[in-house]
Design a protein around this ligand. Structure first.
Ligand code: 5GP
Length: 112
């Protein structure tokens, strides 16, 4: 069965797409937690960070480069927060690895 994000990548479910290439897609989060909140998602399904393999190394680097590129394009020069939720304690709800990027306001630390 496809993950929610595979359905978005396949255009079976609509999403606001900010960027796409052969490795990843960046979309606006449907329930934004900050003025800017987007997700960078690898097209290859890796359920969560702990299940990434050595062979995923370059894709994972690509995700972070894409985070910085899209953040720059969206004008987040004051800064932003990146988050990867892993498992139950991490608050993961979609089992398809994704990097949250939040910006447009001051982020607090520690997070809840
Ligand atoms: P997680 O909780 O797994 O770290 O993050 C999943 C994120 O996906 C949440 O921030 C949630 O708002 C977002 N999300 C869930 N369903 C959809 C959807 O259908 N479209 C979009 N664009 N984002 C979604």
């Amino acid at each position: 069965m496809s993950t929610l994000f595979e359905k978005i990548i396949a255009r079976d479910i609509p999403a606001e797409i900010l960027y796409e290439d052969e490795v990843c897609i960046a979309i606006k989060d449907i329930e934004p937690q900050a003025p800017v909140h987007f997700l960078v998602i690898p097209k290859k399904v890796i359920a969560r960070l702990g299940e990434a393999e050595k062979s995923d190394q370059s894709s994972l680097g690509h995700l972070l480069i894409t985070v910085a590129q899209v953040a720059r394009e969206l004008g987040l020069e004051e800064g932003y927060r990146t988050v990867i939720n892993h498992g139950v304690h991490g608050g993961e709800t979609v089992p398809h690895l994704h990097v949250h990027v939040l910006g447009g306001r001051q982020m607090m630390w520690p997070p809840g």
